[in-house]
Design a protein around this ligand. Structure first.
Ligand SMILES: Cc1ncc(C[n+]2csc(CCOP(=O)(O)OP(=O)(O)O)c2C)c(N)n1
Ligand SMILES: [Mg+2]
Length: 550
């Protein structure tokens, strides 16, 4: 009797295959806006209850939200934008995710295959869309056949940063069958050679005054526990970069705070005889315009070869999975006594800063006291955020989001949206707090509507000095005058209330002190506007940085 093979493959649209492939790669969330060219994806989303999708109010916010979703949860999210303007609106936030190697997968359509590369007046047609976006990604590819979907999405996830997958909209509608294969999303492991490891151990054992600098990859690599053990074995003071805040708890006895407190970090580095940096990028902001000097002996530990040797010349490099590299070192080094009085130095510094009676610093103290260890701060780029970078103790990994990659305005609120969606989806109770200035807040204030739409309980603090305040400080320093920095702002409380969000205004510090717990503990989203003439930490002498030269 003839045997018949019955095909069990289900016929679906390519758009459905895209959502299926995302789920197979562990991506269960996405942010976006529907459009004529991606409605097949939205129809696939309608049929897939395992995938959580949030509509935002601008494609820019979708990418910032996916970025905040990842940094706060360690899980990758997708972004759905449309051909032309929709995809192009993702460019500035992609820069932020690119520079910080924050993974996300942008699925963006293009005009129909037969119109590609032509100037024929097709709706949304955009010359070289893939080529425009590609430099801001770690992976970019066009899918021209349904068969390529699963492997292309897996390659995007392996890329270790933002990825763009472009699919002409006729391909999204084409029929296909779901692939049973599971392409690998794992990057091949790298290991330091035994010679490299032996050399680094020799350097560590010869040093008497080692210092550690931790960056964001300690957090993304879940290596905080191993790194802390190494620090304890060495009794080495530990600095973090701004994006590495939370890699070691800010109240750990060896935590020497953030690198961006330039003078204090420099004093420590000048005293030390060995720098060990772990998953850390030294940005212009954190290093006082690259002016900080590091010890001649420098061991750089990274999980990605692309990050090695970028700022300071290393004397040893160890590239591999950070926790493994660090555990291996900790097992082989000689433990030692502490050489730097971290507690004493930090207490002296605290006294000096408290004596300045600076309200921004006092506001940070209020905030730290009121927050739980794992509540998440999503930062924009305003004067209070610079204070936060320098002085706010972050007590848990993934609790601190800051646009260190691009320094862009408008990051804070949509990143907070992403973090709040991650917390909601994964049943975490941590609160999400967004801190921005009046100027930066207005870049993405439309996301108030997203907060209200999903009742995401984000607490927003808008520090309102009616100005692009930090630019005024720079202008005064360099030219003795300010120009075009004063803002005539909308009423932020009315704006929040118009979106159905509770809002309060305070205009002096005592009112801030009284209102802060009310705002933080209110149910649902809430906005607090703090009207103040805020001064930068460099202006009041809390941080010393090199004077700008013309
Ligand atoms: C997209 C973008 N445009 C311009 C800038 C330059 N910039 C940096 S901070 C700043 C002022 C921000 O004003 P605000 O949010 O009110 O904060 P403040 O400095 O007043 O505390 C500006 C214009 C930037 N960082 N990003
Ligand atoms: Mg301002």
């Amino acid at each position: 009797m003839a045997s018949h093979t019955i095909s069990t493959a289900t016929q679906v649209t390519t758009a459905q295959a895209v959502i299926d492939a995302l789920l197979r790669c562990g991506i269960t969330a996405g942010f976006g806006i529907p459009s004529i060219h991606n409605i097949a994806l939205y129809d696939a989303l309608r049929q897939e209850p395992r995938f959580h999708h949030w509509i935002v109010r601008h494609e820019q916010a979708a990418v910032f939200a996916a970025d905040g979703y990842y940094r706060s949860s360690g899980r990758i999210a997708a972004v759905f934008a449309s051909t032309g303007p929709g995809n192009l609106f993702t460019v500035a936030p992609l820069l932020e995710s690119f520079q910080t190697c924050t993974p996300l997968v942008l699925i963006g359509p293009n005009v129909a295959s037969s119109f590609l590369g032509k100037t024929c007046g097709a709706l949304h047609e955009t010359p070289q869309q893939l080529e425009i976006i590609k430099p801001l990604t770690r992976f970019a590819a066009r899918v021209t056949s349904p068969d390529a979907v699963a492997e292309t999405i897996a390659a995007a996830v392996r890329a270790g940063g933002p990825a763009f997958i472009e699919i002409p909209h006729d391909v999204l509608l084409a029929p296909t069958s779901l692939s049973e294969e599971q392409p690998s999303t794992q990057k091949p492991d790298e290991f330091p050679s035994s010679d490299e490891t032996a050399k680094a151990i020799g350097q560590i054992n010869q040093s008497r005054k080692p210092v550690l600098v931790l960056g964001a990859d300690v957090i993304t690599g879940d290596a905080g526990g191993s790194v802390q053990k190494l620090a304890e074995a060495l009794q080495a003071p530990v600095l973090t970069t701004t994006s590495g805040k939370g890699a070691i708890a800010g109240d750990h006895p060896l935590s020497a705070g953030c690198f961006s407190r330039l003078g204090v970090a420099q004093e420590l580095l000048l005293e030390s005889d060995l720098l060990i940096s772990i998953g850390a990028r030294f940005t212009e902001f954190d290093t006082g315009r690259f002016s900080l000097k590091v010890p001649a002996q420098y061991i750089q530990i990274e999980r990605d070869l692309r990050h090695v040797g970028l700022q300071f010349p290393f004397t040893s490099r160890l590239v591999g999975e950070i926790s493994e590299v660090v555990q291996n070192l900790a097992a082989k080094i000689q433990p030692r006594q502490s050489w730097w009085d971290v507690a004493g130095k930090r207490s002296d510094e605290n006294q000096q800063i408290k004596a300045l009676q600076a309200e921004p610093y006092k506001a940070l103290e209020l905030l730290r006291d009121a927050l739980n260890r794992d509540d998440v701060l999503a930062n924009d780029q305003s004067i209070l955020n610079y204070w936060i970078s320098a002085f706010f103790p972050v007590l848990a990994p993934r609790a601190f989001l800051y646009p260190t990659g691009s320094g862009t305005l408008g990051y804070g609120l949509p990143a907070a949206v992403g973090a709040a969606c991650a917390a909601k989806q994964h049943g975490r109770s941590s609160r999400i707090i967004c801190i921005s200035g009046d100027g930066g807040f207005q870049y993405t204030a439309h996301e108030l509507a997203t907060l209200a739409h999903y009742r995401l309980p984000v607490k927003i603090l808008v520090v309102n000095d009616n100005a692009y305040g930090i630019i005024g400080f720079l202008q005064r320093n360099l030219f003795g005058h300010t120009h075009e920095i004063q803002l005539k702002n909308p009423d932020f409380c009315v704006l929040a209330e118009a979106n159905g969000i509770a809002a309060q205004r305070v205009s002096d510090f005592d009112s801030l002190r009284r209102q802060l717990p009310v705002w933080l503990n209110s149910p649902g989203p809430a906005l607090l506007e703090w009207r103040t003439e805020i001064k930068a930490p460099w202006e009041v002498g809390a941080i010393h940085r090199p004077v700008l030269k013309q």
